[in-house]
Design a protein around this ligand. Structure first.
Ligand code: UDP
Ligand code: MG
Length: 243
């Protein structure tokens, strides 16, 4: 295996075979000159997603393949834990996120502005139903779970790798990355990013499998954060009481 890179880019993929060639091209162009690896997580695709991934000559492309579909949270969680970079970027594999935005997110990390940089889709290219439900969901969740983030559904994010330890493995976790990371004491900023319509393949979500589940999860995350362990260990010199 190659030495640990500065940046890992994690991409969850479920039935995205038609998006892979352009995605790899765009990623290569956007990351040119950086010390990076890409971790593609094939979430049990039933099409030829895995076969479509070009390994490349330099060991920069890694693939984690699930034996069956486990969901976007599982794919992101596994990819984030496999990431070796000091910084980790996350993006969707359907070309809706623009790899060209990654550098701007990294710049926020580099200047020490935050530990987690969350993209938000300033001009979102989704159906009206999706945009409206998402707006309501973001309004409620950002207050109730306390993340204060306007668009948690935007996968495009960058974080210092330490933040990964704040994540808790449950189905639906991917919507609460900002809440969990902020709850653990890390700093967040938001940056506007490009968003594009889906050209190939289909969305994996409808109203039914998103709104209700995300609401239930919101109560769970609020409880979890209210009961979170918070402690700081004293330096060894202060650990024994002196006479
Ligand atoms: N995805 C995944 N596993 C799933 C569902 C989705 O890895 O069970 C991936 C999908 O391939 C895409 C990303 O998660 O890269 C976001 O999914 P989608 O584009 O369907 O979500 P939407 O844009 O409609 O919110
Ligand atoms: Mg999408």
């Amino acid at each position: 295996m190659t030495p640990a890179p500065a940046l890992s880019v994690v991409v969850p993929l479920y039935n995205e075979e038609e998006n892979i060639p352009l995605l790899q091209q765009e990623l290569a162009a956007a990351l040119d000159g950086l010390d990076y690896e890409i971790v593609f997580v094939d979430d049990g695709s039933r099409d030829h997603t895995r076969a479509a991934i070009q390994p490349g000559p330099d060991g920069r492309v890694r693939v984690l393949a699930f034996e069956r579909n486990a969901g976007q949270s599982a794919a992101m969680y596994a990819g984030l834990h496999a990431a070796r970079g000091q910084s980790v970027a996350l993006l969707d594999g359907d070309l809706q996120n623009d790899p060209a935005d990654i550098r701007r997110l990294l710049a926020e990390l580099d200047r020490g502005a935050a530990d987690l940089v969350c993209g938000y889709r300033a001009r979102r290219k989704d159906t009206i139903v999706k945009r409206l439900t998402s707006r309501v969901a973001n309004f409620v969740r950002s207050r109730f779970a306390g993340d204060g983030v306007r668009d948690t559904g935007c996968t495009l994010k960058a974080m210092r790798r330490e933040c990964v330890s704040a994540l808790v493995p449950f189905t639906g976790m991917h919507r609460f990355i900002p809440a969990l990371v902020k709850g653990a004491g890390y700093r967040l900023v938001e940056v506007p990013v490009n968003h594009r319509p889906r050209q190939f393949g289909v969305s994996k979500y409808g109203l039914g499998n998103r709104a209700l589940r995300a609401t239930v999860d919101m109560f769970g995350v609020r409880w979890l954060l209210s009961r979170q362990l918070r402690y700081r260990v004293l330096p060894p010199a202060d650990s024994f009481p002196t006479a």
